[in-house]
Design a protein around this ligand. Sequence first.
Ligand SMILES: Cc1cc2nc3c(=O)[nH]c(=O)nc-3n(C[C@H](O)[C@H](O)[C@H](O)COP(=O)(O)OP(=O)(O)OC[C@H]3O[C@@H](n4cnc5c(N)ncnc54)[C@H](O)[C@@H]3O)c2cc1C
Length: 473
Amino acid sequence: MKFTHDAIVIGGGAAGLTAAGGCALFGLKVALIEGNKMGGECLNNGCVPSKAIITAAKRAQEAREEKRYGVQLAAPKVEWAGVHKHIHDAIAHIEPHDSKETFEEMGCEVIMDYAKVTGKHTVEVGGRVLSAPRIVIATGSEPFVPPIDGLDGVPYLTNENLFDLTEQPEHLVIIGGGVIGMEMAQSFRRLGSEVTVIEPGKPMGRDDRESVQVVVDVMKDEGVRFVEGKGQKVEGSEGNITVHTDGGDTVTGSHLLIAVGRSARVSGYGLEELGIELGRNGIKVDARRRTSVKNIYAIGDCREGPRLTHVSGYEGSNVALEITTGLPTKVDWKALPWCTYTEPEVAQIGMTDEEAREKFGNDNITVIKEGFDHNERAIAEDSTKGHLKVILKGKKVLGASICGKNAGELLLPFTQSITGKSNTFALGSAIISYPTRSEILKAAAFSAWEPTVFGSLPKKYAAFVAKMRRTFN
Ligand SMILES: Cc1cc2nc3c(=O)[nH]c(=O)nc-3n(C[C@H](O)[C@H](O)[C@H](O)COP(=O)(O)OP(=O)(O)OC[C@H]3O[C@@H](n4cnc5c(N)ncnc54)[C@H](O)[C@@H]3O)c2cc1C
């Protein structure tokens, strides 16, 4: 078969851009196909707008806080048009990095249209048939909309239209207390909306429970209302929407946001016809991200597995490397970090203590906990809420959970510990700038060694050296 390209990549989000860009930079002939907006979810409806609104909300909160350290700020006055502009300015600022022109300059043929996989090696797009030895599916995910009675009949928001709101919601009701629900709940509350979160289980269920509790308490203090239950029935009309929960509660707000998770985009573009195997929520892949049709890869949110921008980037570069070199690559999640950008942030890598206890038994793990209330930078900044927990098996780091200001920035040393590129001894004996929040990392790592360093053997040795000095000096 004569191929038109070396690789065809479907989807111009974080995963597809990394895979296509990687292959093109190695000199392969690549077709990159995007049916909607270049940059995908992260740039247009996800990470970027959500982090932009979080920034505006932080500014409002700083002005609102009572403690002012001798500096008087005016009470916040939120102009929604300004918030909206800031969100869209942030997107516009980053847009050129992900644009058609940028990827054409890298050497990709960029086609702006919806693609259909028509065979093991063929893709139809815009009336053309493209072919390649390797195809990469990176079609992403979309908001999961649960089957709630009446939902079809009321206007509701998802992350796809939330950031286009041109007026501030008076009362935002959020169904779902996951990462997106929690970040948006705090932001809208801080910007002045009333906010109610309806969540049946534990908010941010994948994260360390103690860390999540700190965030929930902060959000409650800031005025976010939490209702335990599942949204069972919805009724009302524009500006007046009521949610009835299975617990018998009734919540009425001006706007409703559905934030209960993501569905992989797997239908309507040929996967079924080709017999590509699907899992519970996404395309089935092996560790090399190959689908059941082995020359077709699936990466990022469209396949089963974690859904994060850095995961999409990681898989995109793995697959680009595999396609260009012919050498197999494998994903490894044992040092996968993630962070929820509430204030305080909650960052996690590896296992939580609950997971470690379940896997190795209570007696075989150690949990070291350091509070930010002992960290002098945190004290000087008056932001001592939160802690660091390191989960150890012997001296080996299994995971770490950090709750606090900029927690996401503090995870890197644990990535290196878990992957064996560093260890708790190196971290515990590192010189760290004073005063920084990173000092908490050294304190926790040193705690792991404290019983050894100040144990009976070193003490006996020190006593021996002291005796020698007394005798011979
Ligand atoms: C509100 C929100 C906040 C988030 N915040 C964070 C965060 O802070 N940090 C983080 O790591 N992650 C975050 N995420 C998750 C992150 O956005 C996703 O994991 C990431 O964008 C997935 O990238 P992707 O390339 O797999 O998919 P996408 O970005 O969804 O890209 C897929 C692309 O494929 C295109 N496409 C689909 N079908 C076809 C077809 N048949 N033909 C042509 N094109 C097609 C789509 O138009 C889309 O552009 C957030 C998500 C949301 C919703």
